[in-house]
Design a binder for this molecule. Structure first.
Ligand SMILES: [Zn+2]
Length: 193
């Protein structure tokens, strides 16, 4: 039985959840951009990702291969791991993944293994993108999982974060600030130019 006081709380909760689920692709991409900022603050190539289920964020990640000494620590992988832990299941059916940069082939593979239903990305990656820029694994009929893919959401902003980052890196390198693990070999290399 729902008591009147509980009913008010329940009502407010429903409104709150409703607001969350009314978030669109652009809103979620803005959240992913915030995560890209966290990667940048840690000296990593700025890419951010999140996993959403029924309008609620259940996994967040940002690029961290340098700090974790882990070539698989792309933003998507981190977000997928967190989401799977959160629901206690490696299958993330009915989930959407938002990422600021087009996923690479490794991340596309993980997306397929996780059975993610939809992928939304920001900037295209013409050097390693596996959603149509270099190759399109999601259109490969011999693979058995086909997520719906939407590209180009806030593409300009997502790309600018990367190109600004590499411009700053070049400036630092010119000024003699050396970092052997510059991150230029990590995701987003095509934004060096
Ligand atoms: Zn990747």
């Amino acid at each position: 039985m729902v008591r009147p006081r509980d009913a008010g709380l329940y009502c407010r909760l429903r409104v709150f959840l409703g607001l969350l689920s009314s978030m669109g692709d652009v809103d979620f991409m803005r959240e992913a951009l915030q995560l890209a900022g966290m990667a940048e603050a840690a000296g990593e190539v700025p890419v951010g990702a999140l996993v959403v289920r029924e309008g609620v964020i259940i996994g967040r990640g940002y690029n961290a291969p340098i700090s974790k000494s882990d070539p698989s620590a792309h933003a998507e992988m981190q977000a997928i791991r967190e989401a799977a832990q959160h629901i206690g299941n490696y299958r993330l059916t009915e989930c959407e993944l938002f990422v600021t940069l087009e996923p690479c082939s490794m991340c596309a593979g993980a997306i397929m293994h996780a059975r993610i239903a939809r992928v939304v990305y920001g900037a295209a990656d013409y050097k390693t993108g596996a959603c149509g820029s270099v190759l399109n694994l999601f259109a490969e009929s011999r693979l058995n999982h086909h997520a719906e893919v939407t590209g180009g959401v806030l593409a300009e902003e997502c790309g600018k974060v990367l190109s600004d980052f590499f411009a700053m890196r070049r400036k630092q390198q010119k000024a003699g600030i050396r970092n052997p693990e510059s991150g230029l070999r990590a995701a987003g290399m095509d934004y060096e130019d």
